[in-house]
Design a protein around this ligand. Structure first.
Ligand SMILES: [Fe+2]
Length: 385
C-alpha cells in the first residue's frame, strides 16, 4: 500500500486543490530548491505527513500538473481566476522560463518602492517657503537677471557683465537668476547640432557659469528648461555648492524677507508661470497666477523664459499691492524668434525690485529697470533712512 494519497497513483496530474495551494504557498515562501521535510513542515505549519506529500510534489511538479511558475515566488500572491488554464497553456506550449534572473523577491521589491515613495513624499510635502532674516535696517534690492544664455552668440554679454559688476559693488544689492544660465544644447539630440553655429563651447560655457555664480550674492537660482537638459542641472548645483544662495530649484523659489523693522515682503519666482498666453497682455499668465494667490499670495511674482518683458501692478483682495513681472533676459538676437517672425524685445534684460519694508504700501516694492538707476536709488533710500 502506497504511503502517498490515492490521487497520486490514479490521477496525478489533477491534484486536489488543497495540495495545489500547499505547493504554491511553499514556492511563494521558498522560490527555489528542494527543501527538506522538516523545513516544509515549519514553513507551512503542517504535520510530517503533509510535508512528506508536498516534498514529493516539489521533486517533480510537472508530474503533478504544477509547472514551475514563470516568476517563482511571485505569481501565487494573487489567485488569478484563469490560473489553471494559464498554466496548462504555458506548459503545453513549452513557455516555461524559470525566472532565474530574479534576484530580489517581489515582497522586498515592493518594500523598497514603498520606502522610496515615502521619502519622496516627505521631501515634496515640505513647505516651499524660505525665510530670509535680513539683519540690517532699511531697504535692500534684488536684481532679477533674465535668462542669461551665457554661451549664446546673440547674448548681450557686455550688458550682463556691467549688471553683475554693479550688483557686486553695491552694498545690499542681491541677485536672482530666473533660469537658462546656458544654452546647454543636449548631447545626442537634434539641438546639439546648434553648437556648430555658436562660438562658445560647452566647456567655455561652464567657465562662464562659474564666473557668474561666484561674482555676486544670490538669493535664488531657477533651473530653466535649458538648464535641465543633459547633466547641466547637476553641474550647476555642484558649482553652486557653498555659494551664497537661499534657493536653487527647477520649480518655484518662494522667499519671504523678514526685516528688523517693517513689513515682511514675499517674492515668488519661476522660470515660467502657468496660465496661458494672451496677445493683449504679455504678463497674462503671471497676473492670473498672482490673482489666484500663487506663490502663497506673494507681493512679487516674476518669471523669464519668453524673452519679452512686462510689468503689471494691482491690488489684491487683502489690500496689498501686487507686482507681476517678466524679465526679457540677455539673449537679444534669437534665431528661433527670427525664424518664426516674432518681434524681439529690446529692453528689460533685468529688473531690480527695491524692497523697502518701512515705506507705505505703494512704495514698499519699487521696480527699476535700469541697473545704474537701481543702484543709485538704493543708495539714496538707504542714506535717507
Ligand atoms: Fe531662455
Amino acid at each position: 500500500m502506497s504511503r502517498f494519497p490515492e490521487w497520486m497513483n490514479t490521477n496525478p496530474r489533477n491534484p486536489p486543490q488543497k495540495w495545489i495551494d500547499l505547493y504554491r504557498e511553499l514556492r511563494r515562501r521558498i522560490p527555489e530548491g528542494q527543501p527538506a521535510g522538516l523545513e516544509i513542515s515549519r514553513v507551512l505549519s503542517c504535520n510530517d505527513y503533509t510535508a512528506l506529500v508536498v516534498r514529493q510534489i516539489v521533486k517533480d511538479p510537472a508530474a503533478y500538473g504544477l509547472a514551475t511558475p514563470a516568476h517563482p515566488g511571485e505569481l501565487p500572491t494573487l489567485d488569478r481566476w484563469d490560473r489553471d488554464q494559464y498554466e496548462q497553456t504555458r506548459q503545453a506550449e513549452g513557455l516555461q522560463w524559470d525566472g532565474t534572473d530574479h534576484r530580489v523577491p517581489i515582497d522586498e521589491l515592493l518594500r523598497r518602492r514603498i520606502q522610496r515613495f515615502e521619502e519622496v513624499d516627505r521631501v515634496k510635502s515640505k513647505s516651499q517657503d524660505t525665510i530670509i532674516d535680513v539683519k540690517v535696517n532699511g531697504p535692500i534690492a534684488i536684481t532679477h537677471l533674465g535668462d542669461p544664455h551665457l554661451d549664446d552668440d546673440g547674448t548681450h554679454i557686455g550688458l550682463l557683465k556691467h549688471t553683475i559688476e554693479t550688483i557686486a559693488k553695491t552694498p545690499y544689492m542681491y541677485a536672482g537668476n530666473i533660469g537658462d544660465t546656458l544654452n546647454a544644447w543636449p548631447e545626442g539630440s537634434r539641438l546639439s547640432g546648434l553648437y556648430a553655429h555658436q562660438a562658445t563651447t560647452w566647456d567655455e560655457g561652464i567657465r562662464l557659469a562659474v564666473w557668474l555664480i561666484e561674482s555676486v550674492p544670490w538669493v535664488y537660482t531657477i533651473l530653466g528648461n535649458h538648464d535641465q537638459w543633459g547633466q547641466t542641472a547637476t553641474i550647476l548645483r555642484q558649482i553652486m555648492k557653498g555659494s551664497q544662495c537661499a534657493v536653487i530649484t527647477p520649480g518655484e523659489a518662494r522667499i519671504t524677507f523678514k526685516f528688523p523693522q517693517g513689513e515682511p515682503i514675499k517674492i515668488a519666482a519661476r522660470h515660467n508661470w502657468p496660465g496661458g498666453r494672451s496677445m493683449w497682455n504679455r504678463a497674462h499668465n503671471v497676473v492670473k497666477s498672482s490673482k489666484l494667490g500663487a506663490g502663497g499670495n506673494a507681493d512679487i511674482l516674476i518669471q523669464g523664459h519668453t524673452h519679452v518683458w512686462a510689468c503689471h501692478q494691482h491690488e489684491g483682495d487683502d489690500g496689498r499691492p501686487r507686482t507681476s513681472l517678466i524679465v526679457k533676459g540677455f539673449k537679444d538676437w534669437d534665431s528661433y524668434a527670427e525664424d518664426r517672425g516674432f518681434y524681439q524685445h529690446k529692453h528689460g534684460h533685468s529688473c531690480t525690485t527695491i524692497l523697502d519694508p518701512t515705506a507705505g504700501p505703494m512704495e514698499r516694492v519699487r521696480v527699476v529697470w535700469d541697473i545704474d538707476e537701481a543702484a543709485e536709488m538704493l543708495k539714496y533710500l538707504r542714506r535717507r533712512r
